[in-house]
Design a protein around this ligand. Structure first.
Ligand SMILES: [Zn+2]
Length: 432
């Protein structure tokens, strides 16, 4: 047994910088939260503070002043009144859990329970500020269609014994396992903002943070350098949700709406072994890159089988980027090493150099890739006839293809499907 005590560190900028937040709600009641992803759970309890290992279960006993509640992960198995006007809440987590997901939420909450029934029954417990109860009951109606979408594409909710909870928080939100912190003010998008119109048709925090139940909480990266496994798939899950509810075209608009947010400042994969995550591009660029991979594979049945397979075959386990990459190569029978190298381990996106030349009645395209990955050879779709997109197979040496029935002005590269830079020259050669 390890005994420890003390004053926990105060979070300066939750949820991004970790520690405790001692707040008050609008009625003046105490409202306490803890967030520690990145900073590490060792800011408040002793543990092996590394993503490569997880306790297989946990019991959290939290004593709070009578009249307040504590909501943690897992199931509430006991609530005991203690002498001196204290109440103890015992929560049991019956699955492995990342230590940064272990949490407390102390406050004066209103609670209601609902059920998501799809074959079996998943409890949905909601804890919100009493003065937000009506808004919450309306906003949280998004949970069931989201669960249906995620279960369709990623497999069953990974922690059914522990149930699913949304817990209103003073900070923006965090993917605390089975007790997702919610602080989006009951607004659509990201506190009312989005990069595309469809982004305002759903509550970003509900969708994104819950996606982490599959990507991050169930499938966990061994090193924070591979935090993209949580965030790129988490961001891609938003697009999956959009596609399921609003259709493929809306999903493409959602994904491509993120382009202006991408920095291309550092690689998505960070530095291994020194607790250094990759670029913040792991969110929006990650979403664009996974959309690109889908269209490179160009077989949706296979793509969705791979996505679901990753979630199910690595369920409740710790993975590396190389395991994810090897899995995709194995399932497709291809070697996408060049793709992973360029998009995850390099900073820049590949540039397609292409010159479309009209010479009398004949039109030709000459093309090649400019990329850091030495053998970059991603197939990409272009118009070889008007409005008809087909694959070309550029490499890092120049090739020429004859185009039928498309003028240089009509020529297009499918940039909504492939996240690339295009350096397109149009040339007209006339014999005098
Ligand atoms: Zn996230």
């Amino acid at each position: 047994t390890v005994f420890y005590s003390g004053m926990p560190q105060i979070a300066r900028r939750p949820p991004w910088e970790g520690g405790f937040s001692w707040q008050r709600d609008e009625l003046g009641n105490p409202w306490l939260a803890v967030t520690c992803q990145g900073t590490g759970a060792s800011v408040w309890w002793p543990n092996k503070d590394h993503q490569s290992d997880e306790p297989d279960s946990m019991l959290l006993s939290v004593t709070v002043p009578k009249g307040l509640m504590n909501i943690s992960n897992g199931r509430l198995c006991a609530q005991t009144d203690l002498p001196g006007n204290w109440t103890r809440f015992d929560w049991f987590i019956s699955y492995p859990i990342n230590n940064y997901n272990v949490t407390l939420n102390v406050g004066k909450y209103a609670h209601w329970r609902d059920y998501y029934i799809a074959g079996d029954t998943l409890t949905l417990d909601y804890y919100v500020m009493p003065y937000n109860l009506d808004k919450a009951k309306k906003q949280f109606q998004q949970v069931k269609p989201m669960m249906a979408a995620f279960e369709k594409y990623f497999g069953k909710f990974p922690f059914p014994r522990d149930g699913f909870k949304l817990v209103e928080s003073w900070h923006l939100g965090m993917e605390h396992q089975t007790a997702v912190a919610y602080g989006n003010h009951y607004l659509q998008g990201y506190r009312g903002r989005a990069s595309s119109p469809v982004g305002l048709k759903f509550d970003f925090i509900i969708i994104h943070e819950t996606a982490h139940e599959w990507w991050g909480n169930s499938v966990t990266s061994e090193d924070i350098a591979d935090m993209w496994i949580h965030e790129s798939f988490g961001a891609y899950a938003e697009a999956v949700y959009v596609e399921e509810l609003f259709g493929y075209e809306q999903a493409l608009q959602y994904i491509n709406g993120k382009k202006s947010n991408v920095q291309n400042d550092r690689p998505i994969i960070g530095v291994y072994g020194v607790h250094r995550r990759g670029s913040g591009d792991m969110y929006d660029k990650g979403q664009l890159v996974l959309n690109t991979l889908r269209h490179v594979i160009a077989d949706d049945d296979l793509w969705w089988a791979i996505v679901k397979g990753l979630a199910e075959d690595f369920k409740h386990s710790i993975v590396t980027a190389e395991q994810i990459f090897a899995y995709i190569n194995q399932k497709t029978g291809e070697d996408y090493g060049y793709f992973f190298e360029q998009y995850f381990k390099n900073t820049n996106i590949p540039e397609l150099e292409i010159t479309v030349t009209q010479h009398r009645d004949s039109v030709t395209a000459q093309y090649r890739w400019r990329a850091e990955a030495p053998d970059f050879r991603m197939p990409v779709k272009v118009t070889t006839a008007k409005d008809k997109f087909v694959f070309i197979y550029p490499t890092n040496t120049s090739q020429t293809t004859r185009l039928e029935g498309v003028s240089p002005g009509e020529f297009r590269v499918a940039e909504d499907l492939f996240y690339i830079d295009v350096n397109l020259q149009r040339a007209y050669q006339y014999l005098r």
